[in-house]
Design a binder for this molecule. Structure first.
Ligand SMILES: Nc1nc2c(c(=O)[nH]1)N[C@H]1C(S)=C(S)[C@@H](COP(=O)(O)OP(=O)(O)OC[C@H]3O[C@@H](n4cnc5c(=O)[nH]c(N)nc54)[C@H](O)[C@@H]3O)O[C@H]1N2
Ligand SMILES: Nc1nc2c(c(=O)[nH]1)N[C@H]1C(S)=C(S)[C@@H](COP(=O)(O)OP(=O)(O)OC[C@H]3O[C@@H](n4cnc5c(=O)[nH]c(N)nc54)[C@H](O)[C@@H]3O)O[C@H]1N2
Ligand SMILES: [Mo]
Length: 759
């Protein structure tokens, strides 16, 4: 089937795949690399990804096993690596040839394909072109604009999760020395709901498991996550769960390929055989129904205990380490089963089945990602995960725990290093003690508040250490209008994206080294370090020469910007830090708990694992000093008649706003992205058919419609009433006002839409 029209005239729609990865995946991943980089550069890269003396793969925050394969990467890791390591660069003539107005009509895919950025450029106020600028002039200009602000709070400093620990620590140090906590980051749009829920219930906003716990688990419940595309190496861990007799359950709106069947490319059986069936049970839940499902399972666990007192719950653990069970018990006693069925779209049998799996398992891990966090009730849903795990003591022992799977490769480390608009007092006080300048205490702006600040004229300068803020945040039109209100926007980036094109009055791009590249300072090769999803910190060494001479590392850029802006206002040795990253780590070791002997530990084989109260000693640093059961009133999104609930998600060939190709192999889509996936019965009900072209229109009370025009309808086995389209194109549909309670994360997985056939 081939679709007509639109931006993608060659769009092809086939059948979704059942299995993931395997040799076609790896071969597919090497082709573009080989074509662009030649065999020797490609081989050097492939042999260095995720190896002990190599670099940390940028594609996700999945941890590395103790035993590493010779090629310890996945198809998508190789894509991310090649995307960065391409020898193609943006030529100087590009800026004169392309006005910003003309670039507005280019897709993210096209922008990324222009190659690596190699020299700083400046767009003067009133001009429609960037033009080259010397590094020192660029730093002086930014410093001057920052200095001219009435208050440091009139600037915001965004971070995307690729920044290393060293760069992130210096960046927040600079920003706080400048005088603000305006440190929004990509995590605000990602796992903020996780951090909020876990910190309040178990005292730490991170995973409570170690890598090898997957091999020890009897049951892994994968909720709202598509590992086949977004964390492919996780499938190897799930395969181990299964090999050791464990079960895997997937709770998802979609039947995602990798969870159905997986062919491990690292094993002969995976190459030749039919692969492993990963999910023993698949619960195809309605969007946002997870809170109800988890409450229903917890209720069944409590009922089982009532039927056979003393045999089901972990009474010793509950008595010693938790509070609040009685309130939960009372709440669940009143649980309305019909509301649960309506919210989940599941049958009582399906829920009984999951409860039976949970009760039969001695050791249970629950993992999750964006399918839970990007909902209005995301925080409450994750608190229900904690409730369920606590009932049978599934936290703080081998093979059991809560395991949020992070997105960006160092998003967790950046938070540990202080990238957060609301860092706790103990961190701020330690920073103040170590550096001796007054650290601001007033909470800063998160990602959505930054858009509001820009829109309302409260923020004038926007600086981004990586990422693609206007491409990634919700409500693209509103975000872009807000960004245009800035006086100055600054992007520290490897490649072009939408955020370079939609700018403030004045704009600067500072190109930077990527993680694949060798970083030499004062004649000595430096390394950086990162923290993965299971709190393991390890070194990352560049493997190939920089794509162009004169590129600065992120650390160097932050140091020079700080030195130019602060002009000795804080007693921080910026140029010494730039020359020797060990000096940065020495200071981190005096500020951040767990890093006391950073420079020694990070040089150990495989790095080191940060202490974690719940995991290591069942210590819960909450308000009560115990793990806290919580009670949340059941709520789910009602779908008005004739409407669908839209989720915005990733294709197989993209990394966030970076589009590698126009294919989504596992979902049967080729050469286009202008699709909207709809259940066949919903299509019939709406009077639409597969292949129709529609406008997708989002509705928010009291506001004008938001429109994603001209999408091809694809009949797809999604849950009834739920539809899906690709992020970031569909971000235009997500209202700025639609944010998760408590975490303020954009609700990217539940937008009420209607589909209108184009005439
Ligand atoms: N190749 C590649 N790797 C990546 C990324 C990438 O873009 N490309 N991005 C990285 C980043 S930053 C992140 S955060 C992660 C994202 O990793 P994921 O969270 O896996 O990414 P999404 O594509 O947003 O997929 C969301 C999943 O949740 C399901 N879902 C949606 N709504 C619900 C719901 O209400 N309930 C349930 N149970 N399921 C639901 C969707 O069907 C989908 O399978 O991946 C990281 N890794
Ligand atoms: N609708 C919708 N919106 C979403 C999501 C969703 O599921 N749906 N997901 C959200 C999530 S989970 C996330 S994490 C955010 C992602 O938000 P961001 O992290 O802001 O976005 P990315 O697309 O990952 O950023 C890509 C850009 O980073 C730059 N870059 C790449 N590598 C480097 C590097 O090493 N150094 C520097 N300085 N720059 C580099 C390149 O210029 C590249 O264009 O988006 C969020 N937005
Ligand atoms: Mo993310």
């Amino acid at each position: 089937m081939t679709g007509p029209a639109g931006e993608y005239p060659d769009l092809e729609v086939g059948h979704p795949k059942e299995w993931a990865v395997g040799v076609p995946g790896i071969v597919h991943s090497m082709e573009p690399a080989l074509a662009k980089m030649g065999v020797s550069r490609t081989t050097r890269l492939a042999l260095a990804i995720n190896q002990r003396d190599g670099f940390d793969c940028m594609s996700c925050a999945w941890p590395d096993p103790a035993h590493r394969n010779v090629l310890e990467f996945c198809e998508n890791g190789m894509k991310a690596t090649t995307w960065e390591a391409t020898p193609i660069t943006v030529p100087r003539s590009f800026w004169a040839e392309n006005s910003l107005t003309s670039l507005l009509y280019r897709s993210e895919h096209w922008l990324g394909q222009q190659g690596r950025l190699t020299e700083p450029v400046h767009k003067p106020a009133g001009s429609d072109h960037y033009e080259p600028i010397a590094w020192d002039a660029a730093f002086a200009l930014i410093a001057q604009r920052l200095d001219a602000l009435d208050s440091p709070d009139r600037a915001a400093f965004y971070t995307s999760g690729r920044a290393s620990n060293e760069a992130a620590f210096l960046y927040q140090l600079f920003v706080r020395a400048f005088g603000t906590n305006n440190l929004p980051d990509c995590s605000n749009m990602c796992h903020e709901s996780t951090g909020t829920a876990l910190t309040s219930t178990i005292g730490v906003g991170k995973s409570t498991i170690a890598y090898d716990d997957f091999a020890k688990a009897d049951l892994v419940i994968v909720m709202g996550q598509n590992p086949g595309t977004n964390h492919p190496r996780m499938l190897t861990a799930l395969e181990e769960t299964k090999r050791n007799g464990g079960r895997v359950v997937s709770v998802n709106v979609l039947p995602e390929a990798g969870l159905v069947r997986y062919k491990n490319p690292q094993r002969v059986r995976g190459i030749l055989g039919k692969g492993t069936v990963i999910a023993d049970r698949f619960l195809q839940i309605r969007s946002g129904g997870d809170m109800a499902l988890l409450q229903a399972v917890s209720k069944r666990v409590l009922d089982a205990e009532d039927a056979a007192p003393g045999t089901v719950l972990d009474h010793g653990f509950l008595a010693e380490h938790t509070i609040g069970l009685d309130a939960l018990r009372a709440h669940l006693a009143e649980l309305d089963e019909s509301a649960v069925l309506a919210a989940t779209g599941l049958t009582a049998d399906e829920i009984d089945g999951l409860a039976a799996d949970y009760l039969a398992a001695d050791r249970v891990i629950i993992t999750w990602a964006m399918g839970l966090t990007q909902h209005k009730k995301g925080v409450a849903t994750i608190k229900e995960i904690v409730n369920l795990l606590l009932l049978r003591g599934n936290i703080g022992r081998p093979g059991a725990g809560a395991s949020p799977i992070r997105g960006h490769s160092n998003v967790q480390g950046d938070r540990t290093m202080g990238i957060w608009e609301r860092m706790p007092e103990r961190f701020l006080a330690a920073l103040e003690r170590e550096f001796g300048f007054p650290v601001p205490r007033r909470h800063g702006a998160d990602a959505l508040q930054t858009v509001h600040g820009l829109r309302d004229g409260d923020i004038d300068v926007f600086v981004a250490l990586g990422g693609n803020f206007v491409g990634a945040i919700s409500d693209t039109a509103a975000a872009e209008a807000a960004m245009r209100g800035a006086k100055l926007t600054v992007q520290v980036s490897t490649k072009l994206n939408r955020s370079h094109v939609v700018t403030g009055e004045e704009a600067i791009i500072l190109p930077t080294l990527g993680r694949t590249e060798i970083d030499v300072q004062a004649g000595v090769p430096q390394f950086v370090s990162v923290e993965d999803s299971v709190c393991a910190v390890h070194a990352s060494h560049g493997a190939i020469p920089p794509v162009a001479p004169g590129l600065l590392s992120e650390v160097a850029i932050v140091c020079r910007l700080a030195a130019a802006t602060l002009e000795g206002r804080a007693d921080v040795p910026w140029s010494a830090f730039e020359e020797d990253y060990d000096l940065i780590r020495d200071r981190i070791s005096r500020v951040v708990p767990g890093f006391e002997s950073y420079n020694v530990d990070v040089r150990r084989k495989g790095g080191f694992v940060l202490p974690n109260g719940p995991r290591d000693e069942r210590r819960f640093d909450t308000a009560s000093g115990r793990a806290e059961f919580t009670v949340s009133a059941l709520e789910h999104l009602e779908r008005p008649p004739g409407r669908l609930i839209l989720q915005t998600l990733r294709s197989h060939d993209q990394f966030n706003t970076t589009i590698y190709s126009l294919d989504d192999r596992y979902r049967g889509i080729r050469k286009g992205r202008d699709v909207v996936f709809v259940h066949p019965d919903d299509l019939a009900e709406l009077g639409l058919a597969d292949g129709d072209r529609v406008d997708v229109i989002s509705e928010w009370p009291g506001q004008a419609d938001r429109i994603l025009p001209d999408q091809r309808v694809v009949a797809y086995p999604t849950a009834r009433g739920c539809t899906a389209a690709y992020y970031p194109e569909a971000n235009v549909l997500v209202p700025l006002e639609s944010a998760a309670e408590e975490s303020n994360t954009p609700v990217s997985k539940a937008v009420i839409v209607r589909l209108e056939r184009r005439s």
